[in-house]
Design a protein around this ligand. Structure first.
Ligand code: 5AD
Ligand code: SF4
Length: 372
């Protein structure tokens, strides 16, 4: 059997990067090998992100490019997955006639079957089913052959927090944590294959296992810390409300845990945090960062901030600038608020104008430049 060429385009967060890595492994038994040459691909997989409008536009503009290629090579199979696929579902097939497969965020494990069906008899397939407990797909042996000293490991999926600006709970489904045994097995296998650093992934790793009554996140970290041959552990992303004293202590106790935490604050104004449904105050956040620095003086703290959330006044924004001055983040990602389908804030009154959002973003970035 001849090999076939697979081109994967990944937009979005590390979750998507991880899913794309899994897809490469899962498709090896179907004789697909990765290529960088889009025009020679037999199969193109586009893994999409819906977190902000810009990311969605990126996905559709890539599909536009593919339309041209598919005219030249009608046998090319095109599959789109990830958060936009999940959000748009069937309407995606209508909007992009070139698509053969639309697969949702929980359908990655079923993709090989879908591709087999399309190869056998050209048909169009959609699978955007979401369930409460996500079935785990087996990590194929081929996965272990992949090179590189650093790898992602998903420990949980979905999100139950429902921050009012965020689309994630609607496109990634309910929170679900993998069993510690499965996670450790995967990490041990990676270490056997030469991996030295793992980054644990989840929308909110701090609440790992709570819902399922598994061990707490800091206990999982301690068990991973004990894996021989592993040198470094990182994790992302954290929610300030779930950053427990036990987890903070892990930064002092576990020598393999990197001295970095990405802790999105989103706003420095309590009124805005409240409307964002973040369930912590500015004071809580400052206190947690102070404690982290006390436990691990070399810790790097990075964050995300949204400017121009509905109803954000000049005074609210000043409070954010103030917090940035007080904390002196080691790195900051700043975004202009944008309405997302389903997210409640899309229906909130007192929208901030685009011009004002742009100005606030610039002001924030200029301030942060002094610290980064
Ligand atoms: N508008 C702007 N930024 C957003 N983020 C999430 N949703 C939105 C939105 N609707 C930002 C948050 C989050 C990061 C990944 O993206 O800051 O932490
Ligand atoms: Fe984007 Fe969120 Fe989906 Fe990641 S989980 S790809 S950030 S929408």
């Amino acid at each position: 059997m001849n090999t076939k060429q697979l081109f994967i385009q990944t937009i979005g967060c590390q979750m998507n990067v991880y899913d794309s890595e899994q897809i490469v492994s899962l498709l090896k038994p179907l004789w697909y090998v990765s290529t960088d040459a889009l025009d020679r691909a037999d199969l193109v997989v586009l893994n999409t992100c819906a977190i902000r409008e810009k990311a969605v536009q990126k996905a559709f503009s890539f599909l536009g490019r593919l339309a041209e290629l598919k005219r030249k090579n009608p046998r090319m199979i095109i599959a789109v997955g990830g958060c936009v696929a999940q959000q748009e579902g069937r309407s995606m097939l209508k909007r992009a006639p070139i698509l053969d497969i639309v697969f949702g965020t929980q359908a990655v494990g079923r993709l090989p079957g879908m591709i087999r069906r399309v190869e056998a008899r050209r048909c169009r397939i959609i699978d955007v089913a979401v369930t409460d407990g996500v079935e785990e797909f087996d990590i194929p042996d081929a996965d272990r052959e992949r090179e590189g000293a650093s790898r992602f490991v998903t420990i949980m999926q979905g999100c139950d927090n429902f921050c009012t600006y965020c689309v994630v709970p609607y496109v990634r489904g309910r929170e679900f944590s993998r069993r510690p045994g499965r996670i450790l097995c995967e990490i041990e296998a990676l270490v056997d294959a030469g991996v030295r650093e793992v980054t644990l992934l989840g929308q909110n790793v701090n609440s790992y296992g709570k819902k399922e009554g598994l061990i707490p996140f800091e206990a999982l970290l301690a068990r991973i810390n004990a894996v021989d041959g592993l040198h470094r552990i990182r994790f992302t992303t954290s929610h300030p409300k779930d950053l427990s004293p036990g987890l903070m202590s892990a930064f002092a106790d576990l020598e393999k845990l990197c001295a970095h935490i990405h802790l999105p604050v989103q706003s420095g104004s309590n009124a805005v945090l409240n409307r964002m449904h973040r369930r912590y105050t500015r004071e809580d956040y400052l206190e947690k960062v102070r404690r982290l620095r006390e436990l691990r003086p070399d810790i790097a703290v990075t964050s995300d901030i949204i400017v121009g959330f509905p109803g954000e006044s000049r005074a609210d924004f000043e409070a954010t600038l103030d917090l940035v001055r007080e904390i002196e983040f080691d790195g900051l990602f700043a975004f202009m608020y944008s309405d997302r389908p389903n997210a409640p804030a899309a229906r909130f009154p007192d929208k901030v104008t685009e011009g004002e959002k742009k100005e606030r973003l610039q002001e924030l970035l200029t301030l942060q430049e002094q610290y980064t």
